[in-house]
Design a protein around this ligand. Structure first.
Ligand code: GAL
Length: 739
């Protein structure tokens, strides 16, 4: 038996005393639901010491122990250190904020009332990666991923890994590794594996295994399979492997796919594809890492569907299983890496680093979306011995995926399967694309992937002036253009997807790095997002984003030119007032590699303003000779509407101990033509009615014409209504049903 019980309602206080482990008193504690941040922080300008303290979580529960029953507690993640006690008895500890850990409770459990205490240390302890020196992101604090109780019989199935093997051959099969922790011997126990596709069994194998007391791994295999649909980015077909061992039935989802990084490019299932991606930090405004399933999944959707990348790097640590699950479901490739940032600590620290490789692969193994394990501390110096160990750890555990390790110094030790480089010369304004042989220092080609570019070289706020914002978009466009033209680069992953909170040493001092293609609220309205969006095929959606505010006073030298249009249209007609002033075509001379080159307009008729007067502008995009999209800009934009849009209209109510649900609501100030008022900084006040609450402040300011708020359910079902008001505008109301 393996039964999983959600265990997310706790009591919390912002302090910890040794006596807390030994008493069940909840005095001075507040009821909280996990995912929980130990401290809500402001959007920016806060002291990052404010959440770095030791806190206490407690939980009371009733239990009836039974003969032959074992009970475990599993923490999805505790930042940065957790020590766990049951009824005053120490169960164990875990160092590191980015991996799950399980502790057995069986012997300490009592009949009747029990209490758990967790000491949570959220300081940047230098014995725990990534800490010890400066880090360009925050570690936050708290029990920030879900907690579960696991009830098992004496034979505890800890995990099951399913590996697709010989995928491109007639011998395609799945090999299964079962990780056991048994308290009894079971000679010749029956083990059955069943392969399921869309819930239907398609193949079954019965075997017998000798189970011995203690930890043990046994292997099973489906043998050759027929009619397998491969997992692909366009058709992410998933399968399930079900294991029946005695009374225990466990199921793992996986996919069949073949990955190959070669000197001449990246191949998925034998087909060459260029990797086009962004880096993701898992942090959100106010609550840091503490966001539940729906928000995690939404990030994957934003990356794949809204922005349009095919790969994400989980910089710089393993991320939520909900995020990875969603990547599996939608076909978004993942490069996952261990926690770290430039610094390597002492021997104990290095041991944790190797263990982090182990934990990352243990947890991530079955995700078909993961195509590369990052086994090197991001941008660290060489450490041959350490990286021998991390590479060996990964290869011992997983023969189906290559390793990579993100470097930034030229000619760094190449110990992994893929040479991965943060190439800040790619997409540089001077377009000084560096050849891979210069980066690697090798006189032969190797599988080569760019893991970062742009980022701190051109931080951009959504409300920066036009030229600055265009420049950021161009750098991303140049980078992907250069990479598209170089077959010896597997792809490029830009820095980064979302703006993120950081330490004062980075960014403009306000504790935010504005390096995202999107802001921290995931409002993807920097024009850089349009560079990615416009690379889609028009059949997936016609994109046309003129990078202009259609004003005369936001660009040097007074005017609205030069102007770029990011689009997948064949050509665009530009109307000045009602006069056709220019027909624009993809600027192939500047962008020979991109599938859909941006369009460029550097002049129209001389003195057009004097002769024609200042008029509205209209852009009409054509696909296959037909008008496919139109955008109009007002000559005198005025605040017209405050739009309020929710990502979801139905959320889930909670039974006891389940995590809460969330959704994001985006507010945008729009002009009379529905265009954003990018410099609107009004105050905004949210109103919510019903069984949900707003995460973060209830009143704040618009940031460049937009802002978002996440709302979280409070448990009960019902109807929630949300709207907002600025000094000039009142929004429409959105209703969300909680079921
Ligand atoms: C890189 C680093 C990232 C981020 C980025 C900003 O060097 O790996 O974490 O700091 O710079 O450009």
């Amino acid at each position: 038996m393996k039964k999983i019980i959600p265990f997310n309602q706790w009591y919390y206080k912002e302090e910890y005393h040794d006596s807390d482990a030994g008493n069940s008193s909840m005095e001075g504690m507040t009821a909280v639901t996990v995912p929980h941040t130990n401290k809500e922080i402001p959007f920016n300008y806060f002291d990052e010491g404010c959440y770095q303290f030791v806190s206490c979580y407690k939980k009371k529960f009733h239990w009836k122990p039974a003969e032959g029953q074992r009970v475990f507690i599993r923490f999805g993640a505790v930042a940065n250190y957790g020590e766990v006690f049951l009824n005053g008895q120490r169960l164990g500890e875990h160092k590191g904020a980015y991996s799950a850990f399980e502790l057995e409770m069986t012997d300490a459990l009592r009949d009747g009332e029990n209490w758990l205490t967790v000491k949570v240390d959220s300081t940047e302890r230098e014995d725990i990666p990534p800490f010890g020196y400066l880090v360009d992101y925050l570690g936050y604090g708290g029990i920030y991923r879900e907690v579960e109780l696991i009830v098992s019989d004496m034979v505890y199935v800890e995990a099951m890994h399913v590996a697709p093997v010989d995928v491109l051959s007639d011998n395609i099969r799945a090999d299964v590794k079962v990780f056991l922790n048994s308290m009894s011997d079971r000679p010749k126990a029956k083990a059955r594996i069943r392969l399921l596709k869309n819930g239907e069994p398609v193949h079954e194998v019965d075997s017998a295994v000798d189970i011995q007391t203690g930890k043990q791994v046994f292997e099973l295999s489906t043998g050759p399979l027929k009619n397998i649909t491969l997992w692909d980015t366009g058709n992410p077909q998933l399968y399930e492997m079900e294991l029946t061992l005695g009374d225990t039935v466990i199921t793992e989802r996986f996919g069949f796919r073949d990955i190959s990084f070669r000197p001449e490019g990246f191949y998925l299932n034998g087909n060459k594809i260029k990797l086009v991606g962004l880096n993701r930090h898992q942090s959100y405004p106010y609550v840091g890492y503490a966001m539940p399933k729906r928000a995690q999944m939404k990030d994957a959707d934003i990356l794949k569907d809204e922005i349009g990348v095919n790969i994400v790097r989980t910089s710089h640590y393993p991320q939520s299983s909900h995020f990875l699950d969603r990547c599996d479901e939608i076909g978004l490739l993942v490069f996952e890496e261990i926690p770290g940032w430039q610094y390597i600590g002492d021997d104990g620290w290095k041991n944790l680093c190797v263990r982090n490789v182990h934990d990352m692969i243990m947890e991530g193994f079955n995700h078909p979306s993961i195509i590369l394990w990052g086994v090197r501390i991001n941008e660290s110096q060489n450490d041959f011995e350490l990286y021998e160990r991390t590479n060996r750890q990964a290869h011992d555990m997983d023969t189906t995926r290559p390793t990579g390790g993100v470097k930034y110094i030229e000619r760094a030790d190449f110990q992994e399967d893929v040479y991965v480089m943060n190439e800040f010369q790619t997409g540089h304004s001077q377009r000084r694309h560096r050849d891979q042989n210069i980066s690697t220092g090798l006189n032969y080609d190797v599988p080569f992937l760019i893991s970062e570019f742009t980022g701190a070289f051109h931080p951009t706020k959504r409300w920066d002036d036009t030229s600055h914002r265009v420049d950021m978009a161009l750098r991303h466009a140049w980078a992907h253009d250069e990479v598209a033209l170089d077959d010896r680069i597997c792809g490029a992953i830009g820095w980064c997807a979302f703006d993120y909170n950081t330490h004062y040493q980075f960014g403009p001092g306000d504790r935010v790095c504005y390096h995202g293609v999107s802001d921290m609220y995931r409002i993807a309205k920097k024009w850089t997002a349009a560079v990615y969006q416009s690379q889609k095929d028009p059949s997936e959606g016609v994109v046309m984003v003129p990078a202009t505010l259609w004003v005369n006073g936001d660009i040097d030298e007074c005017g609205f030119l030069p102007m770029y249009v990011f689009t997948n249209c064949d050509y665009v007609e530009f109307y000045y007032g009602d006069k056709l002033a220019r027909r624009l075509f993809p600027h192939r001379r500047q962008f020979a590699g991109l599938k859909h080159a941006p369009m460029y307009m550097d002049r129209i008729q001389e003195n057009i303003w004097d002769e024609w007067g200042w008029e509205d502008a209209t852009f009409v995009g054509y696909v296959d000779g037909k008008p496919a999209i139109t955008k109009k800009f007002a000559k005198n934009p005025i605040p017209h509407q405050l739009s309020c849009t929710a990502d979801d209209h139905v959320l889930k109510a909670q039974k006891e101990d389940e995590p809460y649900d969330v959704t994001r609501v985006v507010f945008e100030a729009l002009d009379q033509y529905g265009n954003s008022l990018d410099y609107m900084m009004d105050s905004i006040e949210f109103t919510i009615e019903g069984p949900a609450e707003i995460i973060g402040p209830k009143a704040t300011t618009m940031q460049g014409g937009c802002i978002a708020a996440w709302i979280k359910t409070t448990g009960a079902p019902g109807q929630v209504t949300l709207w907002a008001r600025t000094s000039k505008l009142e929004s429409n109301k959105v209703t969300i049903r909680i079921e």
